[in-house]
Design a protein around this ligand. Structure first.
Ligand SMILES: O=C(O)CCC(=O)C(=O)O
Length: 250
């Protein structure tokens, strides 16, 4: 994470990193998704979720601890974070928006942003891999930049106006990009307007000592994981938690 990216993440609560996936990997991820027998997404957000993709191929599992993204997660979460849960979002033209949620106020213990001793600390943090283009003219992830530090609750007038409010941004996030955001941010989904599907894979990481849910995410069955990927599935605890970056500098 370079100086500018760190500044922007601290300032806005999210960051779009473009060109993370080369075209061939992007095509393979989309091809494998096409080859599943997923029911098409519906109009409501519940029917716009899918899971199970870690069993679809190594190219999906590689995203768990991708070399380009791990250093960002280390800066945002500190070492020893864990995969809290994960799911995919697919939307078709007309799939509805998801309400704005999250925000620094009222305080929500698993979803926090703090700056202490010269670094940031974040609770639940998302790396969302985009398999198709998203953006203001298309829909998708939206957020109130800076709201991870808001001292007042998000007003109902902004919640109601949603992506039409000037405070809400739908960032340009091309296929192959990753959006990293802290769940302390007020964020949601803008209704999908494009003719093609929105496809995003959301990996949600927590600091090692906490879990959002009582059910800890289990590794996919019947597939090989690398030692570092297995570490990501460890249960929450703090004391002597093992490093995800052993042998790496910095
Ligand atoms: O559309 C997005 O990427 C945001 C989704 C979201 O906030 C959620 O699933 O809770």
């Amino acid at each position: 994470m370079n100086e500018e990216e760190r500044y922007l993440f601290d300032l806005r609560g999210y960051l779009v990193i473009e060109d993370v996936l080369p075209d061939a990997e992007l095509a393979e991820l989309n091809r494998l998704m096409d080859s599943q027998t997923l029911a098409p997404p519906g109009d409501d957000t519940l029917s716009a979720r899918f899971g199970g993709f870690l069993a679809w191929g190594e190219v999906y599992r590689d995203l768990l601890d991708h070399d380009r993204i791990m250093p960002y997660l280390k800066t945002v979460l500190g070492d020893g974070f864990r995969l809290d849960h994960y799911y995919g979002i697919y939307m078709r033209e007309g799939t509805e928006s998801l309400r704005l949620h999250g925000g620094n106020t009222p305080y929500d213990p698993p979803e926090f942003f703090q700056f202490r001793d010269g670094r940031m600390y974040n609770g639940l943090t998302v790396a969302a891999w985009n398999l198709t283009d998203m953006g203001p003219a298309l829909g998708g992830f939206c957020a109130v930049p800076g709201s991870h530090k808001a001292n007042y609750a998000c007003p109902e007038s902004i919640r109601a106006a949603h992506a039409a409010h000037e405070a809400v941004v739908v960032p340009e996030a091309p296929a192959g990009s990753v959006v990293i955001f802290t769940e302390a941010l007020t964020h949601g989904t803008a209704a999908w307007k494009a003719e093609y599907q929105r496809r995003s894979l959301l990996f949600k990481y927590s600091p090692g000592q906490q879990s959002w849910s009582a059910n800890y995410t289990q590794p996919p069955e019947g597939v090989d994981l690398t030692p570092r990927q297995r570490l990501l599935f460890e249960q929450p605890y703090f004391n002597s938690r093992r490093s995800l970056f052993d042998g790496e500098q910095g």
